[in-house]
Design a binder for this molecule. Structure first.
Ligand code: F6P
Length: 366
């Protein structure tokens, strides 16, 4: 009798999800390892995150749409692709307005899942933690371009997103230089500034604005004028979607709040670019990189980390060490209790990571 493992991806997609699924499957089904462990596994993919586990009631006609048997042949090429071959959703089974957690628990039992691997960010892992409290054998794999999950130094998708932003900024530089323009580039990241800060560093941005430190528009203008006086033809300003100027709250695109209580952020780049043009009389443009940051082929680092995280997740399943998230800490792949990863966010430590004088990365490292 084979022991059945389910795997799903939840929350916003990013590069690294499909490779992680591949390595979960490959490790669980590795013939030599099955022999050594004395346990045989089978793996089923659950489509569309937690929504899949709500809809996948055995016997229902929806089943083929939400459950997909996975084998080594099927996942063979998945590490080369972005997005998630299993699909994803932002469905929260514990949404206080529509609590469907009982259905999820029933379906996990009816599907005979002896273990569940949940690949996701803070929200997905929060659901995983609640399910673990209710007795489900769950392990988590951290992913998000925001890199805001506690208990791990890396979350899948982050490095690919940084490469995308860096490449796009390289492109912007040529047009910015031709036209003598200031470009304000808005990155994702929600309330965490990692994506803006690290992409700003890798692309050599002149100014980087992050949610962890409220900026002054006057100071931004002063810095831009300083650059101008020093002979600069153009500047690149990277601003995180969650960044705020002093006295303002964050910009939101609309009034929508998702099942996990998140607002849709966006609009700060346009606002700031307008302020720069208005006050300094310089030509300024804004660009929102938006979903491009989550797309594309996983970079080598994401493929490697997805591999290690996928393998480690199955190591936890084999050891029956449930209720944990695999993590990368101090240069080692390890695991932490899910409880340590959720609830609070991993934000940029302004004191050690940010230069509040130049609105940029640190100028001294040692
Ligand atoms: O959490 C990842 C993320 O890309 C955030 O950076 C962004 O604010 C949000 O998701 C966008 O959400 P959605 O995919 O629901 O539009």
């Amino acid at each position: 009798m084979k022991s059945r493992i389910g795997v799903l991806t939840g929350g916003g997609d990013c590069a690294g999800l499909s490779p992680a699924i591949k390595w979960v499957v490959k490790t669980a089904l590795d013939e030599q390892l099955q022999w050594d462990r004395g346990t045989q596994y089978q793996v089923i993919g659950i489509r569309d995150g937690w929504r899949g586990l709500i809809r996948a009631e055995p016997g229902s006609p929806d089943i083929p749409g939400y459950i997909v048997p996975l084998d080594q042949e099927k996942v063979r090429t998945w590490d080369r692709y972005g997005g998630t071959f299993l699909g994803t959703s932002r469905t929260n089974p514990y949404d206080p307005k529509n609590d469907q957690s009982k259905i999820v628990l029933d379906n996990i039992e009816k599907l005979g899942l002896e273990a569940l691997v949940a690949i996701g960010g803070d929200d997905t892992l929060g659901v995983a933690y609640k399910l673990a409290q209710e007795g489900v054998n769950v392990v988590g794999i951290p992913k998000t371009v925001d890199k805001d999950i506690l208990g791990t130094d890396y979350t899948l998708g982050f490095e690919t997103a940084l490469s995308v932003i860096t490449e796009e900024i390289d492109r912007l530089r040529t047009t910015a230089g031709s036209h003598k323009r200031i470009f304000v580039v808005e990155t994702m990241g929600r309330n965490a500034g990692w994506l803006a800060l690290k992409s700003g560093e890798s692309s050599g941005a002149f100014i980087i604005l992050i949610p962890e430190y409220d900026f002054s528009i006057e100071k931004v203008n002063e810095l831009v004028m300083e650059g101008k006086r020093a002979g600069s033809r153009y500047e690149i300003i990277v601003v995180a979607e969650g960044a705020k100027s002093e006295g303002y709250s964050e910009f939101t695109k609309d009034k929508h709040i998702d099942g996990f209580g998140h607002k849709t952020l966006g609009g700060i780049a346009e606002f700031l670019s307008g302020e720069i043009s208005r006050t300094l009389g310089l030509e300024s443009r804004s660009i929102v990189l938006s979903y491009l940051q989550r797309g594309g082929t996983p970079c080598a680092y994401d493929r490697r980390m997805a591999r290690y995280f996928g393998i480690a997740a199955i190591d936890l399943v084999v050891k029956k060490d449930f209720g944990k998230m695999v993590s990368y800490k101090n240069g080692r792949v390890t695991a932490v209790p899910l409880e340590e990863a959720i609830g609070k966010l991993n934000l940029v430590d302004v004191e050690t990571e940010y230069d509040i004088e130049r609105y940029n990365g640190r100028r001294t490292i040692l």
